[in-house]
Design a protein. Sequence first.
Length: 257
Amino acid sequence: MSTQFAERFRGKERLLGTFAKFPTSHACEILGEAGLDFVIIDQEHAPLGRSALDQILLGCKVSGLAGLVRVPDFSDVLCALDTGAAGILVPHVYDLERAQKLVALARYRGGERGFSNTNRAGGYGRVGMHDHIARQDRDVLALAMIEDQAAIENVDTILRLDGLDGIFVGQGDLTVSMGAESPRSPEVRDAVSKVLAAARNVGKPVCIMAADAEGASFFETLGASAFVVSNDQGLMRQAALRLVDAFKAIPAPALKE
């Protein structure tokens, strides 16, 4: 599964995902069965500790869903990888130094990843040392989150880094960093377009959040290929609201005399 997803992502196949915030395996089992390609498990903005991460990634494995992990800090990368993450997203990669640190922590060969194969990533010891190292270095995606004004200025240098598989453009944080009114502000849209153009120039894939299929189509014309729509909580809320509205719209039955 992870090998196939890494190839699809690097090959810029159109991919659909959402954020995972529920601390349970069930949501990702359902999302995988529904046909999504990936989830981004949100340890940065959701109350997801190591035990919850383990359960969520198990749900991903059961349903054939690629589980990427947005870690809150560099110190959380190793646990996510050992637990079976298909890739890592590190927030606020605004310069080459942070990008280099991300790549180093995600790789064995030429990197800094501490070795263990007695975990989900290594088949609990089933995969031998050298095969495990080769597979993980091949299959795990190292993705930088571009979401600061400083990152826009350094994006060309960041994208040229060997070992960096792609980027996620964080429009919300970028809006705050730039002091703009909304992600639709002209200055934010210009910055996002600059990032996407820089990625096209070096052939790196881009993941970006979209409001819906129409929004994804727009960003696809600019070169993005992986799209995140909402999150598990939001999808549940939206479905519940539609259900409530539908019930409210049912005409009251006529009273029998």
